[in-house]
Design a protein around this ligand. Sequence first.
Ligand code: SF4
Ligand code: SF4
Length: 323
Amino acid sequence: MVDLFRKHVESVDVGLTTFNKLESLQVNLGDLCNLSCAHCHHNASPQGTRIMGREVMDKIVVFLAYHPGLTLDITGGCPEMNPDFRYFIEATSGLAPRRIIRSNLVIALEPGMEWLPDFYKEQELVVMASLPCYELENVEKQRGRGVFNRSIGVLQQLNRKGYGSDLELHLVHNPGNGSVSGSRDMLELHYRKELLQHFGIIFSRLHCMNNTPIGRFRDNLERKGTYQRYIEHLAEKFNPSAIEQIMCRSLISVGWDGLLYNCDFNLAAGLPLGRKDGSLLKTEHIDEVITAGSPIQMAEHCFSCTAGQGSGCGGSLAKNVTQ
Ligand code: SF4
Ligand code: SF4
């Protein structure tokens, strides 16, 4: 199956298996999280121990200073739980025109974290918030009891601070079962209608992400004996028009320990970038992997990026959908 994905891509265009041009630097601040969601591809939880320190952060700051114009995409775990989160955000201020914080929202309700919404605003961060569904039951099946209402409360707070109108507030949808995301446009209409009608919430855009079969999500599929069926389902839904937009052609991901990856999914799957001699590449080597034509590490889980409308950290990739 691993080779099969590469073959699928090559059948569309051999050049699409290689890096194109760096547009986004994604930084994973660690696997610490206040939730333990069923679909988490990082196995993040309150027991997380892999946490980025200032030494790696400082190297990222230097890289950004020498490479202006990039999007900085900050993720985790729950990135806000990194003890140096505030340090990192302040240090990167002015170094990237667009800085995205991937938030589970409910972290802002934990004791001692109430400052977060004001801080997002002060730092002009784009908030990319997980809300797998607009219905309580579906959210709580994936994220745990009480998470839906708490998420709604934080979204309302963000709206009051200008998010969703003056500042960008994006929502991220994940399908609740072993299926592929439905039509983004239709789902966005439902989200808008339901969230406005019941809670007065507005947002900028909905992003749909297929669940990637790694980490806790893969463990759950394997436990149910449906892992292989899910991979086959993704492969059947392969959409050639999603390939050109796969994020690994324009993004590099930095792990908590400074190792480099083609994307956050490869990070979770433990597929770091290395040299031909087997040595691994780190933050200070990013320039070595961002030349056009550098090979991308592809694996079985890549089928989640090209199924249906396609999927990446920025949501759906293609306009044409394979049924
Ligand atoms: S999916 Fe996000 S919020 Fe849920 S456990 Fe993983 S990192 Fe935390
Ligand atoms: S999982 Fe990563 S490497 Fe694979 S296609 Fe998606 S973005 Fe590219």
